[in-house]
Design a binder for this molecule. Structure first.
Ligand SMILES: [Mn+2]
Length: 465
């Protein structure tokens, strides 16, 4: 259970959600299942983000039921001394009412008996669609039990609605408690990147065999020393050419002096993710071509950060980054002016795409790719069509989300150079990404991950030891 946030905060979130269910609505929110890994071992347990957002409760086998009048009922594991000896402490329904600030708590083994009663005489049942395998079937089973009682005067809900539509909008704007946790998660991750860069240079200076997994271990050390429960996603530690594989993991490749290392790693703290990428020279000194591309990526990130402010669209930072990246590609000969034309032509034709093939950011929160619509809700009907210049497919454009204070997103431009016809050899196999986490503020944005330096000179200074 998270004790850093007062239980009243979760109660207020439940009340805000309840007010949107309709007077006769009811919402069902299960937490995540435990997942077997092999034989009788489970994967490390991670609660469901929606459930946690509304309860702060981290035990498995739990459900939250909220009715339109604002009444919250928790179903959780009953106290069981024998199970607790093996698996650990359980809060239990009796203590849960006070500890979690809910109106009622019941043992989870009574779920199938109690749910049909709770669903009776409601008009709409809300639950997260397409998140929990088998949930739709369980809801159907409970509704059938209600229908069997129609001849006794019971009314059965006639509508099912996606609860994510309500919760995604709420989660998109982070309150002060969430921002505080995210700043602390970001600070731990920043320290982990600093530690890892320094360890890399130090080990190479000492003549040691440095592998990607050694650097992964340094990250994990700092995450856990900072109190983080686990990484927010599988850390990417990519030495040399591996940086051009976007979803590479930390593997066994040797880390060599003269090559770059790309690390995309962030910890999860009390249910919230951080997400940082740094690219640094393994031995602490950029080569000329590495530095040239690095400075282009950094300039594009600065342009994207400047475009991250209230009233701007979610796509504005991406467009700002693409402009700087494409200009840089033209300047250094990655793109040939004679073939792609002016900067505007190159952007229009998406000529940068072979070297920059992903978006410049995503929402960040409890999930590393957090929920929340990227389309402005009031403008979903405003559709324009264009033909993608590369695939030829028709793309429907809807107005992108307008940024507002409290939204949190990453800013992560990059350049990835695979060898190809006309690609200058000095840049072959260089992959660079720079990623920071930004909270949109009333004035602009706050980069919460700058505890780890980002300027090339500062990285070199840090790695000199
Ligand atoms: Mn990211």
């Amino acid at each position: 259970m998270n004790t850093t946030v007062p239980t009243s905060v979760y109660a207020q979130r439940r009340a805000r959600m309840a007010a949107q269910l309709g007077a006769n609505g009811i919402a069902l929110i299960p937490t995540a299942p435990e997942r077997p890994r092999n034989r009788d071992s489970d994967f490390l347990y991670r609660h469901d983000s929606y459930f946690y957002y509304l309860t702060g409760f981290t035990e498995p086998n739990a459900w939250l039921v909220v009715t339109g009048d604002g009444t919250s009922t928790l179903f959780c594991q009953p106290k069981d001394l024998e199970r607790e000896i093996w698996d650990g402490y359980r809060l239990g329904p009796e203590a849960a009412v006070g500890a979690l600030n809910v109106d009622a708590a019941l043992p989870v083994n009574e779920l199938d008996e109690k749910l049909p009663q709770l669903l009776e005489n409601r008009d709409t049942v809300w639950f997260p669609f397409a998140i929990h395998q088998g949930l739709e079937g369980r809801v159907a089973g409970w509704l059938n039990r209600v229908r069997a009682r129609v001849r006794y005067g019971a009314l059965c809900p006639e509508q099912q609605s996606d609860l994510c539509a309500i919760l995604d909008e709420m989660r998109l704007v982070k309150d002060a408690h969430e921002q505080d946790i995210m700043r602390r998660a970001a600070a731990i991750s920043a320290r982990a990147h600093v530690r890892t860069m320094q360890a890399c240079a130090r080990m190479l200076r000492a003549g040691q065999d440095v592998r990607e997994y050694h650097l992964d271990a340094e990250l994990m050390h700092e995450f856990r020393m900072g109190g983080s429960q686990y990484p927010a996603y599988s850390s990417i530690v990519a030495a040399g050419a591996n940086a051009c594989v976007l979803h590479y993991r930390a593997d066994v490749a040797p880390v060599r002096a003269g090559e770059l290392v790309l690390i995309d790693a962030g910890c999860e703290l009390d249910g919230y993710a951080s997400d940082i990428t740094r690219t640094f020279p393994a031995d602490g000194k950029f080569t000329g071509p590495q530095r040239t591309l690095y400075d282009i990526v950094l300039a594009s990130q600065e342009a994207a950060a400047a475009a991250t402010k209230p009233g701007a669209r979610f796509t504005d930072p991406h467009e700002a980054a693409v402009k700087v990246l494409t200009q840089g590609m033209l300047d250094v000969g990655l793109l040939d002016r004679n073939k792609v034309g002016t900067l505007e032509d190159a952007i229009e034709k998406r000529a940068y795409f072979p070297f920059y093939m992903h978006r410049t950011g995503h929402w960040l929160g409890m999930d590393v790719h957090d929920c929340g619509s990227y389309v402005e809700p009031g403008e979903v009907g405003t559709v324009s069509e264009r033909k993608d210049p590369l695939s030829g497919e028709i793309i429907k454009n809807r107005p992108s989300r307008v940024l507002q204070p409290g939204m949190v997103l990453t800013i992560e431009p990059g350049i990835y150079v695979r060898p190809g016809e006309g690609v200058p050899e000095q840049f072959h196999h260089i992959g660079i990404r720079i990623e920071d986490d930004a909270i949109v503020t009333p004035q602009g944005c706050e980069l919460i991950t700058r505890g780890v330096p980002v300027k090339a000179d500062e990285i070199e200074a840090l790695m000199r030891g």
